[in-house]
Design a protein around this ligand. Structure first.
Ligand SMILES: [Mg+2]
Length: 395
């Protein structure tokens, strides 16, 4: 089997997403996805990756990963290059599964779980369509979970519980970071940021797990102050109160609080996670398959976490292909803890993009069905008025 065509598909409506579609001479078609800087991603995929991949065997997945990694590593492989590699790797696994007639979780070693618990990341339907997270509030009026956690977290917690969802991720301290560049958080702002926690615990007691997201905004002393303040509400984890740039600072933050610390979809490749684990900076490992190096690399990072007796969770705040990739990994990984989901995405725009949506019931994602990823972009998606398709073909 040979790779004959590599397409990138961009939709203006989802400006930060980029999809890849790989074709083989046997008629198999594999899908991948990644997010942010789509023009740069497209440039790397068509100018650098396509000449390496076209005409080769799509099932030589590890060889392709290493070739693209080493090619990119000449000038620093992280960032755009690794996200492009991630999207291509997911598409290769999709082809691998289809060629065997099995779901990817089976190709990874089989199902360690019958279904996977999910939590709701409380974003709205158009959250992260641009880099400006302040634009995360939509106008559609449905599933405006960001607005909801900021203003009526108690009602949102009750609503999620009524759907069977028993975990919610919120970031109520973010609005206060800009004023000080994240260097300091005042006691009044801290109090305001604690209000959602108070409302959740008052409304639903301990029936809801709460995850604290920090998006890397804070300095070490500010992060320690926030971590200490949220302790009384027993969050399941604190995530990226600081960017994961300084291992010693992360270790100090972790030792300053009894709340478990999650690190972090901001890292790419096992080489970035290894020193974090070895230094004791981490309680829970989070990976994003579409950023960290694809299914191949996310799997290895999950194994590293398992070796350190730590759980792994799979990040998704992008599109449906990444969610399916994460779910296959989670179903396989014995140490999987959660698959992240954004119900506002799954219920508003995922059905406009893919043939099969994720099957969520009572706070769990069911096993994906069918060979490969078990979903694909809708066949007419490239005919959309806002679609830009760029093709590299075997000549
Ligand atoms: Mg995060």
């Amino acid at each position: 089997m040979k790779l004959t065509r590599i397409e990138t598909i961009h939709l203006a409506e989802h400006a930060t997403l980029l999809f890849v579609r790989l074709h083989t001479d046997e008629g198999l078609v594999g899908y991948g996805e990644t997010k942010y800087a789509p023009e740069a991603l497209r440039g790397f995929i068509h100018d650098y990756a396509a000449p390496l991949l076209l005409g080769t065997d799509p099932l030589a997945i590890d060889r392709h990963w290493r070739a693209l990694y080493e090619y990119g590593a000449r000038c620093g492989v992280l960032g755009v290059e690794m996200r492009a590699l991630s999207a291509l790797d997911i598409a290769l696994w999709d082809i691998f599964g289809q060629s065997a007639g099995m779901p990817i979780y089976q190709m990874l070693g089989g199902a360690s779980h019958d279904r996977m618990p999910v939590y709701n990341t409380c974003a709205g339907p158009v959250y992260a369509r641009t880099l400006d997270r302040a634009v995360g509030k939509g106008t559609a009026g449905v599933y405006e979970d960001l607005d909801a956690f900021m203003t009526r977290a108690d009602e949102l917690a009750e609503e999620l519980l009524s759907e069977g969802i028993k975990g919610m991720k919120i970031w109520p301290f973010d609005p206060f970071a800009a004023a000080t560049g994240g260097q300091r958080i005042g006691l009044a702002d801290l109090e305001t940021g604690l209000e959602p926690f108070r409302r959740i615990r008052k409304a639903v007691g301990n029936r809801m797990e709460v995850m604290v997201e920090g998006h890397g905004h804070w300095s070490l002393p500010a992060a320690k102050r926030i971590a200490r303040a949220v302790e009384e509400f027993e969050p399941l984890w604190i995530e990226d109160l600081m960017r994961p740039d300084n291992i010693d600072a992360l270790v100090e933050l972790r030792r300053s609080t009894r709340t478990p610390m999650l690190v972090s979809e901001m890292l790419q490749t096992r080489y970035a996670y290894r020193p974090m684990l070895e230094a004791g900076a981490v309680d829970i490992v989070m990976v994003d398959p579409a950023w960290c190096g694809g299914i191949s690399e996310a799997r290895k990072i999950g194994h590293m976490a398992e070796t350190h007796s730590l759980p792994v969770t799979f990040h998704d705040c992008a599109g449906p292909i990444n969610l399916f990739a994460g779910l296959h990994l989670a179903i396989n990984a014995p140490n999987a803890m959660y698959q992240e989901t954004v119900r506002a995405f799954i219920r508003t725009f995922y059905p406009d993009l893919v043939t099969n949506n994720i099957d969520m019931r009572d706070g769990y994602a069911e096993l994906p069905v069918g060979p490969g990823l078990g979903t694909a972009l809708l066949p007419d998606i490239t005919g959309r008025a806002d679609a830009t398709v760029v093709t590299s073909s075997l000549t």
